[in-house]
Design a protein around this ligand. Sequence first.
Ligand code: ATP
Ligand code: MG
Length: 182
Amino acid sequence: MNNESRMSQKHLEIFYANSLFSIPNSKIMKKIYLPNINTTKTLAGQMAKKLKGGEVLALSGPLGSGKTTFVQFLAKALGVKQAVRSPSFIVLQVFKINSKRITHNAKLLCHVDCYRLKDTKELNTLGLHDYLGKPNVITVIEWAEKIKKIFPPKTIWLKFKYAKHGRMALIRASNRHGIDFF
Ligand SMILES: Nc1ncnc2c1ncn2[C@@H]1O[C@H](COP(=O)(O)OP(=O)(O)OP(=O)(O)O)[C@@H](O)[C@H]1O
Ligand SMILES: [Mg+2]
C-alpha cells in the first residue's frame, strides 16, 4: 500500500468511527481485535498501567459484547480486591484501588452500568458527579451511549462489537494518552 492510499484508509477509518459514535471532539481512533477473553485481559491490563486517575472510560456495545469482562480485568489489574459484577439493580458501585504503583493518584474505581437507568437525573441522585473526572477516581461507564451528554471531552470511548470469533473494540479518544495502550 502506498502512502497516499494508507492516508485515505486512515481517514476513512476515522470517518467511519466518527459516524458510528456520532460524538464530537474525538480525533484518534484505534481498532483492536479481541479473539478471546485473554486478549480483553491484555487490553485492560495495558490500559490499567497507563491510567493515572481522573480518566473517564465510556463503554458501549450490545448485550454480551464484553463490557463487564473488560471492567473486571481492569479492576483486577488496578488491584481492586472485591469482585466486580454485572449489576442487576445497582447502577453505581465504587471500589478501592490497591495498586502499589506510585505513578498515579487513582484511589477509587467507579463502575456505572446504565442499562437500567431511567434518566440522567437518576445519576445525580446516585452521586455520579462526586466521582466523574475527579483526579483520584477512574470512572468506567457501561451503556455509555445512553448518557452521551454528560461526558467530558477527554473521555476515552470503547465500543465493543461482536466479531466472527470473539469481539472487536473500537477505541476513540481526543489525545494520544487515551489511545496508546497497545
Ligand atoms: N474478547 C472476547 N472473546 C470472546 N468472548 C468474550 C470476550 N469478551 C467477553 N466475552 C464473553 O462474552 C460474554 C458476555 O460478556 P459481558 O458480560 O462482559 O458482556 P456485557 O457487554 O457486559 O453484557 P451486558 O450488556 O449484558 O452487561 C461472557 O461470557 C464473556 O466471557
Ligand atoms: Mg455488562
